[in-house]
Ligand binder design. Structure first.
Ligand code: NAD
Ligand code: UD1
Length: 350
């Protein structure tokens, strides 16, 4: 049991992490500006907690921009004043659209890099030195070696990926500056998808989604007429792109394990760990599984390849298994069933 600050706690991954940490007896402080999320997510979290008999009063919510250092300091100070000193941080807050990062790189560097720098300064001032950071598989360069292990070359090709790689580098420097004080884990996510099995919380992207799974859901509910499949001529099993889709509940379990490890070990640590399901799934396989799980038809059409895409990527998850004692438990079928449960009942999000 610990008191954890979750930045970006209202977002897709952050909200599922808050719930999981509450379920396992932790106290949560959420910091979010709601630039890409809604406060209403906390009503849904409360509802799940009530259904499960979990004390949802153990979550405190702050509307705060991570770029506003004074407000971040106030959150740390308040927690001390309330005798609830923040003991660790999971840092989800950030911007995540590749396309937008290409059009607006300074915004991405400011929020993703500048925001993290602010957070780290405040953490140091308040002597809080346990951090889990949301990194991304997008930092890996193109490779022919699969599955992709953590020692694969880091060579991001877009500004979003570059901010993530730079934050990892910053975190290594911070760790090395006081190696006996900081414990830092960079979790490199592959493709987080699906929703909580209750269907009460899920992914609620603002604007038009770019990612495959939310688009399939929008085709299923008739909001988008058909799925445009970007390429039928990739060198893959069926010509469509292959990715590593990980159920959101498995993903947040990885965060819980990473925190538990930091709190239980005597030594400090700096680690980079992949979180994925560990195997590749093609676009057509995803569509077929979704149709089967939800007894529906997804209209589709083949289009040219999308710029910036690769044929395939999937994770080597042996390090997560070994170090965190974690492994994904949910199938692609579960992803499709749970993800659609949320999307079907919440077509307009929260
Ligand atoms: P999300 O957009 O749903 O969540 C991010 C949250 O951060 C949002 O609630 C947003 O309002 C908040 N936020 C953004 N800027 C902020 C700021 N300046 N101050 C305070 N809060 C701010 O995204 P997500 O999918 O939950 O992703 C969480 C993290 O994981 C991000 O850092 C993202 O880059 C990383 N990640 C996501 C994926 C993915 O596919 N979802 C993959 C790899 C890495
Ligand atoms: C994209 C980002 C990546 C980011 C990740 C998670 C790009 C080029 N890459 O990755 O940096 O880390 O999201 O947010 O944007 N597809 C279709 N039709 C669609 C949408 C997707 O066929 O309408 C295909 C893609 O070509 C790909 C697969 O589905 O083969 C998955 O796409 P997506 O969900 O966008 O994830 P990534 O490509 O892995």
């Amino acid at each position: 049991m610990a008191i954890i600050l979750v930045t970006g706690g209202a977002g897709f991954i952050g909200s599922h992490a808050c719930l999981r940490l509450l379920e396992t007896g932790n106290e949560i402080i959420s910091l979010d500006s709601y630039v890409n999320s809604s406060k209403n997510v906390f009503k849904a979290i409360n509802k799940i907690c009530e259904l499960k008999g979990i004390n949802h009063e153990l979550i405190k919510i702050y509307e705060c921009d991570i770029l506003d250092k004074k407000s971040v300091e106030d959150i740390f100070q308040n927690s001390i004043n309330n005798n609830k000193e923040i003991q660790g941080v999971i840092h989800f807050a950030g911007l995540k659209s590749v396309k937008e990062s290409e059009a607006n790189p300074h915004k991405y560097w400011e929020v993703n890099f500048g925001g993290t720098l602010n957070l780290l300064k405040v953490m140091k001032n308040f002597n809080c030195r346990k951090l889990v950071f949301s990194s991304s598989a997008t930092i890996y360069g193109e490779t022919n070696k699969f599955p992709i292990a953590e020692d694969s070359q880091i060579k991001p090709i877009n500004p979003y990926g570059k901010t993530k790689a730079a934050v990892e580098q910053l975190l290594l420097d911070i760790y090395n500056s006081e190696p006996n004080k900081w414990s830092i884990t960079n979790l490199r996510y592959f493709n987080p998808v699906g929703s909580h099995h209750s269907g009460l919380i899920g992914e609620d992207p603002k604007g038009v989604p770019n990612n495959l799974f939310p688009i399939i859901c929008k085709v299923a509910n008739g909001e988008i007429e058909k799925l445009e499949i970007y390429g039928c001529d990739w060198p893959t099993i069926d010509g469509t792109g292959i990715r590593d889709y990980i159920h959101i509940e498995d993903l947040v379990e990885g965060h819980k394990k990473a925190l538990e490890l930091m709190f239980s070990e005597k030594k400090t640590s700096y680690r980079c760990i992949n979180l994925g399901c560990g195997h590749g799934v093609s676009v057509l396989e995803m569509v077929k599984t979704f149709e089967k799980a939800n007894n529906c038809r997804i209209k589709k059409v083949f289009e040219p390849r999308r710029e910036g895409d690769v044929a395939k990527t999937y994770a080597d998850i042996s390090l997560a298994k070994k170090i965190l004692g974690w492994k994904p438990k949910r199938s692609l079928y579960d992803v499709c069933k749970d993800g659609w449960k949320w999307a079907k009942t919440n077509p307009n999000g929260y």
